[in-house]
Design a protein around this ligand. Structure first.
Ligand SMILES: [Zn+2]
Length: 61
């Protein structure tokens, strides 16, 4: 059974056969569901807690 991975940025599940893999210099493997998530983390260094479309978003009262 294929492993269902979670996007390293937004936390959504990535269907098998899709997604983007990225290996960091220290050997950590990151998976992204889309180039939007990949850019957000690697290019813009965004915090997923601040974006409503991620599962890591923290609601501030
Ligand atoms: Zn994602």
């Amino acid at each position: 059974m294929p492993t269902v991975r979670q996007c390293s940025f937004c936390g959504h599940e990535i269907p098998p056969g899709t997604g983007l893999m990225f290996v960091k210099n220290d050997g950590t493997i990151l998976w992204f569901c889309s180039s939007k998530c990949r850019k957000s983390m690697l290019k813009y260094h965004r915090d997923p807690k601040k974006f409503k479309w991620t599962t890591k978003y923290l609601k501030v009262k």
